[in-house]
Write a protein that binds this ligand. Structure first.
Ligand SMILES: NC(=O)c1ccc[n+]([C@@H]2O[C@H](COP(=O)([O-])OP(=O)(O)OC[C@H]3O[C@@H](n4cnc5c(N)ncnc54)[C@H](O)[C@@H]3O)[C@@H](O)[C@H]2O)c1
Length: 265
């Protein structure tokens, strides 16, 4: 059975290990990230999202120890320096987010001596992009050594989407899709909202943002809509989706105060 190596032990690297059975974990020969064994063991054990690791986690100078199984830790910035062959590693999970192009991911094979690489992201020039349950039948072991596990290229322009991470104690989003009467670009849609936000009619109500926001960032913002230009998407020339955030408690309460004043006049 194949042995594994992991390059990049962040959210995906650690969650991939967590998703494995102990028998699979025992086939992980080495992990590479940029920090020491103590920190990596701690991050694997304690996860604010998924909870405490189910099983004992330890470490020594060179390894993290997962339910008694020692996994050698490297601290190499250059993937070409990882001795996968010596460690008997067959398949490398490339989950740093940095080595997603073919020429970079290939270093695990050409220099490190692994047999295959799975890139945990959309990749540039992989041998194949494979989604389990969708097109996994295209896998050809004779041809595919560098594989991406993300969006299937054939769906480009046909399907688009986004993800919101919940729960959040406060903070809401309006996700609005429309078929437009006229063709429009993402830039034109964003420019229209930017212009509207500058109009005195929408002062204090509509805010335009070019920042990569998450729900927590808008808590305490008194506007009724914080238009998020980064999330505007289009499919074809006329189908558009826009997103506006709002603090459902604070924004609403601010409008209530204004209305109370108006009604009191
Ligand atoms: N987080 C998700 O929900 C998710 C889902 C699917 C795919 N992905 C993709 O997976 C990849 C990793 O995402 P993530 O969320 O795990 O990121 P992350 O930042 O949590 O993890 C990346 C890890 O790689 C390490 N790293 C950075 N440079 C390195 C180097 N030169 N050598 C070795 N290690 C290095 C970092 O220290 C970090 O621990 C990205 O391409 C991302 O798009 C993420």
């Amino acid at each position: 059975m194949a042995n594994f190596g992991i390059n990049g032990f962040g959210r995906i690297g650690r969650n991939v290990l967590r998703a494995m059975t102990q028998k699979q974990v025992e086939r992980i020969r080495a992990i590479n990230d940029l920090t020491d064994t103590k920190t990596l063991a701690h991050l694997l054990k304690w996860d604010s999202v998924h909870g405490k690791f189910d099983g004992e986690i330890g470490h020594d100078e060179e390894n993290i120890i997962v339910r008694g199984h020692k996994i050698k830790i490297f601290k190499e910035r250059d993937p070409g320096n990882l001795p996968w062959k010596t460690l008997d590693v067959d398949v490398v999970l490339e989950s740093t987010g940095f080595f997603t192009s073919r020429d970079k991911a290939e270093l695990h094979i050409s220099k490190g001596g692994a047999r295959r690489v799975l890139i945990s992201a959309p990749a540039k020039n992989p041998d194949a992009t494979i989604c389990i349950g969708i097109n996994d039948d295209v896998y050809d072991p004779a041809k595919h050594t560098i594989v991406s596990s993300e969006v299937i290229p054939e769906l480009k322009g046909k399907l688009n989407g986004g993800a919101f991470r919940v729960p959040t104690p406060d903070g809401s989003v309006t996700d609005f899709s429309a078929v437009l009467e006229k063709d429009a670009t993402v830039e034109a849609i964003n420019a229209a909202f930017n212009e509207a936000a500058a109009d005195k009619r929408y002062k204090g109500v509509l805010e335009y943002s070019d920042e990569p926001l998450v729900s927590h960032d808008i808590i305490g913002n008194p506007h009724s809509c914080i238009f998020d230009s980064k999330l505007t998407i289009k499919l074809g020339n006329r189908f558009a989706k826009i997103v506006g955030w709002y603090d459902n408690e604070w924004g609403y309460s601010n409008r209530c105060v204004e209305l109370l004043e108006m009604l009191g006049k």
